[in-house]
Design a protein. Structure first.
Length: 208
């Protein structure tokens, strides 16, 4: 079988989630650079890989996928390496609940409304940041209540839920407000410190 290809950029939270899954499985893959925010726009050929023009997109032996959760699940199930999904139905349901919650309520609030707004805008919109922090607080509360006993979100085994959450939190805490808020949620703060030490996290940091 050929080497899987991931299209994307190292600044992207979602590309990092997919890359962390590939790294955790020990898969040799190719990252084809695709800058979604390039001044010249999205190349037309890429829309055949991702009709909505987002990153990442994935390809393996002619099998194409977009949507990070689908990519991560395929990576886990189609390749050898440590299992990244719980063996039991409730564990897998909890994992999907966590990743779905992060997509629906966490990503925009934490990454765009707080971190990007605070760090990349010449004149940040304070009301957007305040609203984002409110929604982020709720997400952290719910993560705390859903977190199982043990070092990882679902217990003793790292799963796709951990790989989904860590890059979102990493971006969020680039902003001081994000870092301060995370510090108030001890269980998630400690979990994040463990994630930040994993080779898959360290090896997928943005390089430039
Ligand atoms: N639902 C998509 C979300 C992917 C996504 O939003 N990626 C961001 C980068 S982290 C992107 O491509 N943004 C470009 C845009 O919003 O136009 C997935 O799970 O892969």
């Amino acid at each position: 079988m050929s080497k899987p290809i991931l299209y994307g950029a190292d600044y992207s939270v979602y590309v990092r989630i997919a890359r962390m899954a590939l790294e955790e499985k020990g898969i040799n893959y190719e990252l084809v650079p695709l800058d979604i925010f390039a001044a010249e726009g999205i190349p037309a050929w890429y829309l055949e890989h991702h009709p909505f023009g987002r990153i990442p997109a994935f390809e393996h032996d002619g099998f194409r996928l977009f949507e990070t959760s689908a990519i991560a699940r395929y990576v886990d199930e189609a390749f050898d390496g440590p299992a990244l999904q719980p063996a039991d139905a409730r564990g897998r349901a909890r994992m999907s609940q966590m990743t779905g919650m992060l997509d629906a309520y966490g990503y925009r609030a934490m990454v765009w409304d707080v971190a990007v707004e605070r760090l990349e805008k010449a004149e940040p919109d304070e009301s957007l940041i305040a609203g984002g922090l409110n929604r982020a607080e709720k997400v952290l509360e719910v993560m705390t209540s859903l977190k199982a006993h043990g070092p990882w979100l679902l217990g003793n085994q790292p799963t796709l839920a951990d790989l989904h959450a860590a890059p979102i939190i990493a971006y969020f805490i680039k902003a001081a407000e994000g870092s301060d808020l995370l510090a108030r949620f001890a269980a998630i703060h400690d979990w994040y410190s463990r994630m930040a030490a994993r080779a898959s996290f360290v090896g997928t940091q943005k390089t430039s």
